[in-house]
Design a protein. Structure first.
Length: 164
């Protein structure tokens, strides 16, 4: 996809609604060559998906070896709203706690006191983290504006049967 096509998909109201959710599912290829798909908190900065992880997370070596990933951000209602994104990862090692990590955990329901305790615990645990930054190279809103090609084919076949 061209950058303007990706931007058009990501700027749609449905995409904007999904890009403020708490979790995405990150799919990548593990070091042993098998697929992985993990839930992970994220933030959208208008151009990139940013996730954060520990400096010793096993996924980091896999992402260094193969930085191509896929993300799914969706809802749990019917009909589902599903945003699919593919992209490449850049790993950014940082000292301390990235602002994005604190932001991505900001929508969980916590009292102000719980928030202070949580943040103190996080700061005491991590001396640094890794920002996993995904620049989208492809994006699609599934089921809302686009059907999977196999379903589109079934719809075409049904329509042909009904016309016959």
């Amino acid at each position: 996809m061209r950058p303007n096509e990706i931007a058009e998909v990501l700027n749609r109201p449905i995409s904007q609604e999904l890009l403020v959710r708490d979790l995405t599912r990150l799919a990548y290829v593990a070091k042993d060559g098998t697929p992985r798909n993990i839930p992970i908190g994220f933030t959208w900065n208008g151009a990139e998906i940013v996730m954060c992880t520990t400096k010793n997370a096993p996924k980091l070596s896999a992402l260094r070896k193969n930085p191509t990933v896929a993300l799914t951000i969706d809802t749990e209602v019917h009909p589902p709203k599903i945003l699919l994104i593919r992209g490449r990862v850049e790993l950014d090692y940082v000292d301390g706690i990235p602002d994005e990590y604190l932001q991505m955990n900001g929508t969980y329901e916590m009292t102000p006191e719980q928030r202070v305790e949580w943040e103190a615990e996080v700061r005491s645990l991590y001396d640094g983290m890794v920002r996993i930054v995904v620049t989208p190279t492809w994006a699609l809103i599934d089921f809302e504006t686009t059907l999977p090609t196999a379903v589109e084919e079934l719809v075409r076949q049904r329509n042909e049967r009904q016309r016959a």
